[in-house]
Design a protein around this ligand. Structure first.
Ligand code: HEC
Length: 457
């Protein structure tokens, strides 16, 4: 990796150098870029959301003193488009949260790092973004936190499922939600679901004697807080070829999917599209699902919380989501290129507002395709080099309109070979499971109804 990484910038510099020669008169008169006037605005827009103290990046890039020592590394990272991280193929789709730098921004950063790295006039410096005591969504109307969770110094990964009542006495419409890990050293990722207690009770009563659910329970193992599919369970790699799309038997896709916020590497807060909101019914509770890794070798504690911002006026649209999944695939030992599919047909016209691929360490690539009722097909999202360490939600701008009867097909590729540097074990077949060493093949879709009910519900 390092060999490739160090060769490419040289090549790019030669190209850039020849362009500079051709435009010499311009280059000679153009004022030398300075940190305050030219560099800081780019960093503040594209980099400091992660590169400020206390966030996920290893160094802060806010002040001149902080940035200067990193000049060479910044030049390489932006020239190779390693930073800011982003995995969608730019030729497919338009995403409002696409963070990529323009060519002009890249050449400004390159020019600054290759020339005098001047600070310039501090009065040119824009106001650095405020981080609201760490909340990226602004000051939340409500913060709901788990009771302190204790972790032992060592042990296998742990999934904690923690229920916290909201005590909301009326329905609330949420326009933004942000999950904040209390202890970033041990919280690998986390989700928070809204649990409608009344609806749950009704569905539990209805399903106690459902044979499909009993069968589904027999093919998976639950141990402590982890869950996985038994090695000998039937295998369905081509989920699109079967009716229930290779979900657990009896588990239906539901558009009341209760997930309201996620904390995943590289993912920003859940801010719903303008005019849309998620509903938290009165009396609901929120369920935190937190994946803890024992990374420090010391006993640790964590108080993870979710911050919510409520709609100031009733929303025009309900933000809905379906979580598509193939639960029944099996990736053979050592296979460098194993394909798994899943499909879902929408029985109403919708507009997709975001797409999120989710796989674990063997995830290699994912394509999401719309097959229209006319028979035409269109790739909506292509992630040609998936990376577990960067899990993005791709927010469609504008929303993607799909007529009733459109079938979504998701094709994933997995690399279970020794050549995958993230692969923890290439010697065994891999199946669905909640731990990172097991796999998942999920596509999460947020959408709104194209013909919404009035008032929305
Ligand atoms: C989504 C969060 C995020 C954003 C946005 C981001 N970074 Fe990073 N950056 C990281 C993390 C995390 C690391 C350390 C892990 C790694 O290298 O992948 C890192 C590492 C780096 C490194 C050192 C390693 C390397 O790859 O060279 C540089 C330099 C860097 N970032 C520069 C930038 C610049 C410049 C920008 C904006 C143009 C930026 N980053 C935007 C999260 C981010």
């Amino acid at each position: 990796m390092r060999v490739i990484g160090s060769e490419k910038p040289n090549f790019l510099r030669i190209v850039a150098g020849s362009i500079l020669c051709a435009g010499m008169s311009f280059a000679a008169t153009a004022p030398e870029p300075t940190f305050s006037r030219d560099v800081a605005p780019i960093l503040y827009r594209h980099c400091v959301s992660c590169h400020h103290s206390g966030d996920i990046a290893p160094m802060s890039l806010v002040t001149y003193q902080e940035v200067r020592p990193w000049a060479a590394a910044i030049r390489e990272a932006v020239a190779l488009r390693r930073m800011p991280p982003w995995l969608a193929d730019p030729k497919v789709g338009h995403w409002s949260n696409d963070p990529r730098l323009s060519e002009r921004e890249i050449s400004t950063l390159e020019a600054w790092t290759e020339r005098g790295k001047l600070e310039g006039n501090p009065r040119d410096l824009p106001q650095p973004p405020a981080f609201h005591d760490g909340w990226k969504i602004g000051t939340p109307d409500v913060v709901i936190a788990i009771p302190e969770h204790k972790l032992a110094a060592q042990g296998p990964d742990e999934y904690a499922y923690i229920n916290v009542p909201t005590n909301f006495t009326e329905d609330r419409w949420v326009v933004a939600a942000e999950l904040r890990p209390g202890n970033r050293k041990v919280v690998h990722h986390a989700h928070v679901f809204v649990v409608d207690e009344a609806a749950n009770k009704a569905s539990a009563e209805a399903s106690t004697k459902d044979p499909a659910k009993e069968y589904a329970n027999s093919i998976r193992v639950k141990e402590g807080t982890l869950e996985w599919v038994r090695p000998e369970a039937p295998v369905i790699n081509d989920g699109c070829a079967v009716d229930d799309n290779a979900r657990f038997p009896g588990s239906k896709v539901s558009d009341l999917g209760g997930l309201i916020a996620s904390y995943l590497p590289g993912r920003e807060a859940d801010v719903y599209a303008p005019g849309t909101a998620r509903k938290i019914p009165a009396g609901a509770s929120v369920n935190f699902q937190i994946h803890y890794s024992h990374t420090t070798g010391k006993a640790e504690t964590d108080i993870t919380s979710v911050g919510l911002i409520f709609a100031k006026e009733p929303p025009k649209q309900v933000s809905r989501r379906v979580d598509l999944a193939n639960h029944m695939f099996m990736i053979p030992a050592g296979d460098p290129d194993h394909q798994v599919t899943e499909c879902h047909t929408f029985d109403k016209p919708i507009a997709i507002t975001s797409l999120t691929p989710h796989m674990h360490l063997r995830g290699k690539a994912m394509r999401m395709i719309a097959r229209y009722p006319t028979g035409e097909e269109q790739t909506l999202l292509l992630v040609p080099a998936y990376n577990f360490n960067w899990q993005f939600t791709y927010r469609a701008q504008p929303p993607i309109n799909l007529p009733k009867g459109t079938r979504i097909q998701i094709i994933a590729e997995f690399d279970n070979s020794v050549n995958n540097p993230l692969n923890p074990n290439s010697k065994e077949p891999v199946r669905w499971g909640s731990a990172s060493e097991n796999e998942m093949m999920d596509g999460w879709i947020e959408y709104v109804d194209a013909e919404p009910a009035n008032p929305p519900h």
